[in-house]
Design a protein around this ligand. Structure first.
Ligand SMILES: Cc1ncc(COP(=O)(O)O)c(C=O)c1O
Length: 437
């Protein structure tokens, strides 16, 4: 049983009555009242009315600093005027067509300019679809069936990657109910940051592997960066056995102008993008080597890998993406990465000063994740300490993920980091009071 902020001493549940009522209605028409597992919170999530800049206002009228930014997608915060204008102007021209648009070409040009390994690009509506298409492209290119993925890493809701994605790090191929054995039989699980262990597993499947899928900064494994030795070992294996190395940067592209491959200094054959590249509109992209991407090319007749989608390269998302990338200058990237480092340092210091210990703060660039100790509540029951902390933060006016995930946006200034630190101190005190000493 977990404790939530709703149970914290002194929390007036009356302050979330409108959310409770919306959740009552939602439960009548959706399983658990929910369409997206990540936004469910017990006993009910807080419903948002609107966001502006660095802040969100809930349906009860409470304003909070938003350090979750839609699971790190909103690198420019909420309703950035330039992005809103781009979206409004694009929508006024028509929201989707059965024809390509100039914005698709312009956005492809802007994105491929960010990293020289992004030779060709193809757009989807979500990161999940982009991962799916990257894996299928690797299979079509190599004519092999198997995919290797890191134990515990999350890559979206696609069958082949929704296997062993719970962050546990177990090497057992455990699939979600609903994923057939044929899929899990073709998914190879490798240990994270263990070059010898990974090579040993990969070696057993060498001739059958189409791709190795990695997230160099996997948030479900605590935003621990992949080591240089590990990345070099995987790259070496791919070169030796003609396997496609896919870097999933749906979350981690935001750490530098050229994404994680540029920051970590390794070469991927395909890179998957999403989230920040469209400033909050639905998006996904597969990019990388021209010869691998050629499997999508329909210009010489039927392509080896036909890829359709009514909303691929949607002009509203493309326009938002152009605006979002233009705002993401190298100065802004440096500025939010500096704020991110400050947030992480301050969290570490506050946790050291205000709690009994056992906490870790990881992250890179503008991203952070807090990991907590195995804790017991004052009533003797086990407690999810990070969940407790995120709930206490809500009480003090800050929103981060229930799992301790968060990020800084370009809408934030040093004052916002100061406000975050004050709330974090108060939340750490609440957590200490709720835990057995
Ligand atoms: C590393 C990674 N890959 C893929 C996805 C899936 O992207 P989307 O939620 O746009 O489907 C996510 C989403 O959080 C992610 O973090």
């Amino acid at each position: 049983m977990t404790t939530s902020a709703y149970d914290l001493p002194g929390v007036a549940t009356a302050s979330t009555v409108a959310s409770a009522e919306l959740n009552r209605r939602a439960r009548a028409v959706m399983p658990g009242g929910n369409s997206r597992t990540a936004v469910y919170s017990s006993p009910y999530p807080i419903y948002v009315r609107y966001g502006h800049g660095a802040r969100v206002v809930d349906v009860d009228g409470t304003e909070r600093l938003d350090f979750l930014n839609n699971s790190t997608a909103l690198i420019h915060g909420h309703a950035h005027p330039t992005i809103v204008r781009a979206v409004a102007e694009a929508a006024a021209r028509g929201t989707s067509f059965g024809m390509p648009t100039e914005t698709e070409v312009a956005f492809a040009e802007a994105l491929t300019a960010r990293n020289e390994t992004f030779e060709h690009v193809r757009f989807t509506s979500t990161g999940t679809e982009a991962v799916m298409m990257a894996v299928q492209a690797a299979r079509a290119h190599t004519l092999r069936p198997k995919l290797a993925k890191i134990a515990g890493a999350y890559h979206g809701a696609y069958d082949a990657t929704a296997i062993n994605n719970d962050g546990s790090g177990s090497l057992i191929t455990h699939a979600t109910l609903g994923i057939p054995a044929g899929v899990s039989d073709n998914t190879v699980i490798i240990p994270f940051n263990d070059p010898e262990g990974a090579l040993e597993v990969l070696g057993r499947h060498a001739g059958e592997l189409a791709a190795i899928l990695i997230d160099p900064l996997p948030w479900r494994i605590g935003l621990v960066p992949a080591s240089a030795e590990y990345l070099a070992a995987l790259r070496g294996f791919c070169d030796e056995h003609d396997v496609v190395l896919i870097s999933d940067e749906v979350g981690s592209f935001r750490i530098g102008m050229g994404g994680a491959i540029a920051e970590f200094g390794y070469a991927a054959d395909l890179t998957v993008l999403g989230k920040v590249i469209a400033g909050g509109m639905p998006i996904g992209a597969v990019t990388g080597r021209r010869d691998v991407m050629a499997v999508f090319d329909p210009s010489a007749g039927s392509p080896p890998l036909p890829h359709s989608g009514s909303y691929n390269a949607n002009p509203v998302s493309m326009s938002a993406g152009l605006a979002s990338l233009a705002l993401l200058t190298s100065d802004e990237m440096d500025r939010i990465n500096g704020l991110g480092a400050d947030v992480r340092d301050r969290m570490r210091q506050i946790l050291a000063d205000h709690t009994p210990g056992g906490w870790t703060v990881n992250g890179n660039g503008s991203l952070f994740r807090v990991l907590g100790p195995n804790a017991t509540g004052a009533d003797g029951r086990p407690v999810n300490a990070v969940n407790l902390l995120s709930r206490a933060l809500l009480r003090h006016g800050v929103h981060i993920g229930d799992s301790g995930l968060g990020c800084v946006s370009t809408a934030m200034e040093p004052d916002d980091v100061d406000a975050f630190a004050r709330a974090f101190t108060a939340a750490a005190d609440d957590v200490r009071a709720c835990l057995a000493q």
